[in-house]
Design a protein around this ligand. Structure first.
Ligand code: SF4
Ligand code: URA
Length: 194
């Protein structure tokens, strides 16, 4: 049921040229994960080069690091999550998607949220956070907090977390370090969805 609706939506995306990113993409990066079993939606920023080539979100260096953290926290990427981005097409040179591009793509994202209808949403990084929340807030000030936001016609628990590409720059695991906080936040999410 969910799969059929999502497949139909994906077909629409495959034809989409609503914003300039549609001119330069190789592939639409629609989603990853199991829509029938997913307990949370994770929203990243935008597809990068590897995602554009494969059509799957979070498969490059940042994606591999995300996988490591999910595993450490006991979250199953394929069973527990449905993974999407704020835009479905890769921005040239991996720049941050513009507000106009995000707005053009938003209807697809909201439809996916409505179909999956999760209790929990994970804003992975500042771009996803700013799409749904106050634009001035810093991710480091609000990560790990549970925000109750109305998205797609329902109040959902939304938790901002660091983006894995930020964590690529910090290797320490000591208390209070970015990687330590990421594991804490994901463990909190694991408890919320269990
Ligand atoms: Fe369409 Fe979204 Fe791709 Fe823009 S980014 S062309 S709105 S699918
Ligand atoms: N970074 C993102 O935000 N999303 C991806 O899909 C890949 C890298």
């Amino acid at each position: 049921m969910k799969r059929e609706k999502l497949e139909k939506l994906k077909q629409e995306c495959l034809e989409c040229k609503k914003c300039p990113l549609g001119e330069t993409r190789i592939n639409i990066v629609f989603s990853d994960g199991n829509p029938e079993t997913a307990k949370a939606i994770l929203i990243g920023e935008a597809p990068g080069e590897n995602e554009d080539k494969t059509g799957t979100p979070f498969v490059g260096r940042a994606g591999k690091l995300l996988n490591e953290f999910l595993e450490k926290a006991g979250i199953s990427r394929e069973g527990d999550l449905y993974i999407i981005n704020t835009v479905k097409c890769r921005p040239p040179k991996n720049r941050v998607p513009t507000d106009a591009e995000k707005a053009a793509c938003e209807a697809y994202l909201l439809k996916q949220i409505e179909i999956i209808n999760p209790e929990v949403m994970i804003f992975c990084g500042a771009t996803a956070l700013k799409s749904f929340y106050n634009k001035k807030i810093q991710i480091s000030k609000i990560r790990g907090e549970i925000l109750e936001l109305e998205i797609g016609g329902k109040t959902r628990k939304c938790i901002p977390i660091f983006h894995p590409s930020y964590l690529l720059r910090y290797h320490s695991l000591e208390e209070g370090s970015p990687r330590n906080l990421m594991l804490k936040d994901l463990t909190k999410i694991k408890n919320l969805i269990s």
